[in-house]
Design a protein around this ligand. Structure first.
Ligand code: ADP
Length: 468
């Protein structure tokens, strides 16, 4: 059975109350025992009237009582005060019968600051009054007389039992209310946390818990909210990468479809048409060759990209002078640039800048950037390559003043198959993977490749590699 926290609290409080009740009974018993012990040592109990009583009142020794702060009076049958030692309990010398009766009645009252022990001596026909100032009085007494009438005893027991039952019921009701209130301090935050967890389980990753508390539940709330935020982030990342993967497959099949159908079409025609001129056949074969080259390039680059994503991928890095390596690569670019009618400007410092470099992969980055510049821009474009060092980072800016890349593609341009416009690409034959590959290589060097300046008037890519 499901145990509710408020019920458990109620049960615990009942046990505590029962123990308190037991402790109270024990305390009362101890108190009455202690008061008994104490009262035996009080002067009034040590020197009762009976202790000093003599048949002849003149022989009564009042000294110990007076020494202990008490007083002794003797009243004869004519109500005369015939002996008075210590402080006067009865100031008059002669009393009337009424006055003496009043005194006797008053002497029993617990409101007076004196304790009177009065004893009548039938032989001497006098009353002996021993008076002590009252000390501490603990009035708690449960008196039960065995000789009481049966009916009285039953009634008293009934009333006593009823009082105890009402008292216990009241305690139980108060306990129930109190346990509900105290349990709610646990059950309310728990319920909110449970609701949050349930929402999370049902797929609502935006679920958060707000308790407005400062105790341990606040810690639990923060942990829960952190966890929910992390799950939400992971799920959205997973969705995004799932979406990226789906788009990638779509792009691959789309990009492979064109060259493959073209190859298939021209190959079929070659097979079917036997009366084909030499020139016509060469034309077909050239188209087949171009398209198979295109498909091959796409597959090679795809293979390269997926290789870089695999955990086994590693670079062959060596301590290299980046200036020297870049100078060499730029030198190799010059013939291509000149053939295409491009201008060029290289600003590479003379002094060495050492980095850990996989030279082969690094040349791939520069080749990709250069082939893009050549592919997408026309005659007269100026290519600028410069190398600077800032904050222990070597920075290569590779730019041109050509048609540029729109600023809104600054980040997305590095994703596979993202192109400024597809028609531009189909003419130029690019795979849409060049920048993705280049970025991955730079990242593997501990650096980054960014589109530093993207606009309609050319673009500049920045390669950052940590210096050693
Ligand atoms: P692609 O194989 O299509 O060239 P990339 O990843 O290398 O693939 O480049 C992505 C896109 O970025 C290109 O399709 C092109 O639209 C654009 N691009 C890259 N470099 C340049 C550049 N220097 N000038 C203009 N556009 C460029």
């Amino acid at each position: 059975m499901k145990k509710k926290i408020s019920n458990q609290f109620f049960a615990h409080y009942l046990v505590v109350l029962f123990l308190v009740f037991l402790a109270t009974v024990l305390a009362v018993l101890l108190l009455s025992f202690a008061s008994q012990l104490a009262s035996n040592t009080f002067a009034k109990n040590k020197y009762p009237a009976s202790a000093i009583m003599q048949d002849d009142y003149k022989q009564i020794d009042a000294a110990p009582i007076v020494q202990n702060g008490g007083s002794v009076q003797v009243i004869d049958k004519e109500y005369r005060v015939v002996l008075s030692e210590g402080e006067d309990a009865i100031p008059q010398k002669q009393l009337t019968a009424g006055e003496f009766t009043n005194f006797l009645v008053r002497s029993k009252s617990k409101d007076t600051p004196f304790h009177h022990d009065i004893l009548y001596n039938p032989q001497g026909e006098f009353w002996l009054i021993v008076t002590f100032p009252a000390s501490i009085r603990i009035d708690f007494a449960f008196t039960m007389n065995n000789k009481a009438a049966n009916g009285d005893f039953g009634k008293a027991a009934l009333i006593f039992g009823a009082v105890i039952v009402v008292y216990l019921l009241l305690l139980a009701a108060l306990t129930a209310i109190y346990s509900k209130i105290t349990a709610s301090q646990i059950t309310v935050p728990l319920r909110k946390l449970c609701d949050g967890t349930r929402l999370l389980r049902e797929g609502d990753y935006s679920a958060r818990v707000e308790l407005r508390l400062k105790n341990e539940f606040a810690e639990l709330q923060n942990t829960f909210n952190d966890m929910a935020a992390r799950i939400e982030r992971e799920i959205s990342l997973r969705k995004k990468s799932e979406e990226d993967r789906r788009r990638l497959i779509l792009d691959i099949s789309h990009d492979l479809k064109n060259p493959m159908s073209s190859i298939q079409g021209y190959a079929e025609r070659l097979c079917q048409k036997s009366d084909m001129s030499e020139q016509e056949r060469d034309g077909y074969l050239q188209i087949i060759h171009q398209n198979s080259q295109r498909a091959n390039r796409l597959l090679t680059e795809l293979f390269e990209l997926s290789q870089m994503d695999s955990p086994e991928f590693s670079l062959k890095r060596e301590k290299t002078d980046l200036c020297e390596a870049l100078r060499q690569l730029c030198g190799e670019l010059v013939p291509q640039l000149e053939r295409a009618g491009f201008e060029y400007e290289f600003n590479i410092p003379e002094e060495s800048v050492f980095v850990l470099l996989d030279s082969e992969r690094f040349s791939r980055i520069i080749q990709n950037l250069a082939s893009n510049t050549l592919r997408y821009n026309g005659q007269g474009t100026t290519v600028t390559v410069s190398l600077t060092v800032e904050n222990n980072q070597a920075m290569i800016d590779f730019g041109d003043d050509g048609i540029g890349i729109p600023a809104h593609l600054t980040h997305d341009i590095f994703k596979p198959f993202v192109r400024v416009d597809d028609s531009r690409n189909s003419e130029t034959g690019g795979s849409g993977l060049g920048l993705s590959i280049a970025k991955k290589i730079v990242e593997a060097h501990g650096g980054d490749l960014t589109l530093f300046k993207g606009s309609d008037k050319g673009c500049t890519f920045r390669i950052t590699i940590p210096k050693i």
